[in-house]
Design a protein around this ligand. Sequence first.
Ligand code: T4K
Length: 453
Amino acid sequence: MDWPCEGLARSPISVGRLYDMTGTLALSTQGGLPVPIDESGLMKQVRKKFDLALFGAPPAFDQPVHVGRPNVGDRADFLRQVDAMFDRLWLSNNGPIVQEFEAALAQYMGVRHCISMCNATIALEVAIRGLGLTGEVIVPSYTFIATAHALNWLGLTPVFADIDPRTHNLDPESVRRKITPRTSGIIGVHLWGRAAPVEELTAIAREHNLKLMFDAAHAFGCSVGSRMIGGFGACEVFSFHATKFFNTFEGGAVVTNDDALAEKVRLMRNFGFAGFDNVTEPGTNGKMTEVCAAMGLTNLRNVARVVARNRENYHCYVRELNAIRGLSVLAYDERELNNFQYIVVEVASTFPVSRDEIVAALHAENILARKYFWPGCHAMLPYRQSQPGAVRDLPHTVLVADRVIVLPTGTAVDERHIGVIRDVFACLASYAAKNTASDERRIADPVDVLTHV
Ligand code: T4K
């Protein structure tokens, strides 16, 4: 079908004109200006084609609805800790709040060591270096670019393996095919907080004498086989970025049950200092600050509330979107612990509107859906040239990256937002289906769009 371009979606069209044409927009006005019709900031109902911002209507929300809105616990609790920090005048360098935070996380995950860091990218680099990885390391291409960049930054080669299209996680058979004499390790990623195939990857690593670690950036508070993620492989790395289910503003951690590795990682995080004037390792500055750790302690006490909201949102999305033919919400295994942080919708090729057109339509409504992790690391500029065979070897990565949309959730989102998102999908589907069946004319400009109803 023909579809108005993104630029068209943003072209200003007067509210008055829209009322004249459709007569049904549920826009309310106050002193002539549109005002939201509910507390979610909703500006209109979306029932049919001309209710869509893509066709010139005002956006559904007056403010952007984000995928990565931070979840924040009790502010008074946080501010009390920050006050005490100011009294102590101890702001960084393994302060008391960082130590309390690390102990609390180690206990929460049931691991021996938690070494907090300034972010997960630095934590990955320190862990990779601490483990002594060299040459080639196998990673999924379908992940956030930081997984590959951490290797590249250290002068190592990320070798991209394919995923299982049902789980979006590493396909063990593809991993096997990527092993060469230069391979030193595997980094599994628990994508969307759903566990990588831990058992299979552990067996492959053992068989080929490779080191295995996990990028657990998405998997805080998740389990596999009823064991908390955090204790698998030689170590696991978490992200506590602002957009994550659990945040410390910026932050991350290496967690491990290996005493020697923990000791090395601790030293590397702080320039390799083993005491005053005594440097025993090459190191970097990966330290978490006190204020970040205070945010972590506050948010740790808020985890259950955020999980509950995310879970409700997830069920609401499943109910609303799975009812529309051609859409499916990636399922969480509810026998395990999940943080339900990512709402991942797959758009089938039979859906009458393409994934990119849907994203453009949602953005026009101020719903900032994302195409994570399109187009896959292998297709990003720094890696495109280095592995020319990658596209041939990564059919499932290409397939999945082309059909995923990640939708807003978290404590800033509720069923009212989800209802509107459902309406946008439904409206697009029914308009496109009708348009394709009955009207094959090219719609060239806004006037054309508006006159060929
Ligand atoms: N490994 C994996 C598998 C990862 O997914 C990540 C990070 C890492 C490693 C590395 O972790 P860190 O080094 O970051 O700790 C975001 C995050 O920046 C990134 O941490 C995360 N993965 C990735 C999946 O998502 P972008 O490029 O999408 O960020 P941005 O700025 O577009 O923000 C996303 C949405 O959140 C926007 O709609 C704006 C909104 N937002 C953002 C911030 C920071 C807010 O509403 N408030 C905020 O404070 O990467």
